[in-house]
Design a protein around this ligand. Sequence first.
Ligand code: M6R
Length: 609
Amino acid sequence: MCGIFGYIGNKEAKEILFEGLRRLEYRGYDSAGICVIGEDGSFTRLRVRGNLDVLENHIAGAQMPGKIGIAHTRWATHGAPSEQNAHPHTDCHENLFVVHNGIIENFSQLKEELLERGHEFSSETDTEVVAHLIEEKYEGDLSIAVREAIKEIEGSFAIAVVQRKEPSTLVAARRESPLVVGIGKDEWFVASAVPAFLSRTKEVIFLEDDEVVCIGGDSLKITNLEGFEVERQAQEITWDLDAAEKSGYEDFMLKEIYEQPRAFTDTLADKFNREGDISLEGFLLDKDYAKSLRRIVIVACGTSYHAGLIARYLFEQWAKVPVEVEIASEFRYRGAVLCERDLVIAISQSGETADTLASVRETKATGVPVIAVVNVVGSQMTREADGVIYTHAGPEIGVAATKTFTSQMAALAVLALHFGKLRDALSEGKYGVITEALRGIPDLMEEVLSSDEQVKECAHRFSDCDDFLFLGRGISFPVALEGALKLKEISYIHAEGYPAGEMKHGPIALLDKNVPVVAVAIRDSLYEKMISNIEEVKARGAPVVAVASAGDPDIEKICDRVLRVPESMELLSPPLAIIPLQLLAYHIAKIRGCNVDQPRNLAKTVTVE
Ligand code: M6R
């Protein structure tokens, strides 16, 4: 939700700020703004309603002299998208400027108090209270003023602040919202995420909660809430810039769909040692611990939740441990009963999703351990969980999750296999067969990707339909849910995912010739049942698109279109079966003229409830 970026260095800030903002656009895009401070304390601030193309037009001819500045791309929470509500926000005298990502929970109370003390507000945002609070605390040292201000704030924030009276100082701080510092040669960056400055430096420092970084006079100082200096080592980021750019693809989403074989391979790579054994860290390695497990509870949102539903089959079948899968926004308030020998697995691409993070905290308060399956290195969840399993999908910029979904399956499959072995639920032989099949998935994914033309043709046939039903059974049911989610989020077509056997209990009433049914009908243990469901659909006159196994000659006879995937082990079919559905959603959305990377009303990282 919102991207913030700050620059201080020896170059003109305007272009650098805009370039950084472009790489954060996936975090929000309903309004944007930039503020640059000149060496003499002058300032230029430009804000627009709309996305970065609109901002680019505004700043194109603008003179914005200065080597220090801040920038913001917004996803509205308090106050509608408008120029007035766009960041950077300022104090009563336009002396200091603030960009913010997060939510100030006590903003109404703070605003009331600030109004009583004579402050004048010009926006409806929660952020503006931060500017006025810092204004009150300012006595000649911006870093101290920021620290004193954040002591009064409740909620989550990552902020970057500049002040005209200190035109060569950039201050930033965070609590619960991400903030990373980039260290270049004679230049520094602060940003919500690494891609913002990846073209300029790979040396980074991740700030911890309630830390304030002050950059100026060729030095960088981090202090905690008590004002004590904190020593923190810089880390080297290993992705290259190409990973954060489109590399010739029309959209990030398409590039990310095609990156799935690589992402799957990379995710598996660090989980096996040279001998081919699974190498996980910490308590997960402990055989007694694995054997004592009574239950696994998986919590997640959106696509990550669907990955959890798939993982349930793997943990239950391979490791023989009961699994519950919960939507994080429900779990966190349910007062769920967790027991001593439970393990909670939180799945999140971003590692910042508010509801999943809150579920992690709820769990930790009970003493039950939490493992986080996360893509973004150093994100909040990775710091709070007892253990982390990374998916190595690389940065995912498209709002629709694709490569992170299949990478989550890779990571969870490894964990399920590992528990299966430690719990003596899998024989050596079976373990070896599954491991080999898992390693073979990326090649099979390449095969699926090579049939994109058929998917495109299918998309043209059905792109003007207003409703879709996605059906699946067993492990293909979550694939159907994910296919429906992809279609609705990027094409704005109504789509429902349903367990095929449940269709006759209601959704069948929706069917007619205008409602295509997408059936995930892999040749698995429930194949015959699925075929019967397809017959039921055909009998109601609805067209059927099947995702079917390559070696299934008969399905063509009862379906209008067939999208083929190679045969694989049943429990490893989801990362293959989902690809045609991702591509179908992508092509339909493109045909309908939608912005697939930045669908309306959505944000890549949902850091609010
Ligand atoms: O970062 P997370 O995996 O925690 O995000 C969860 C959901 O917000 C996310 O999967 C969302 O549903 C995507 N837009 C789906 O494509």
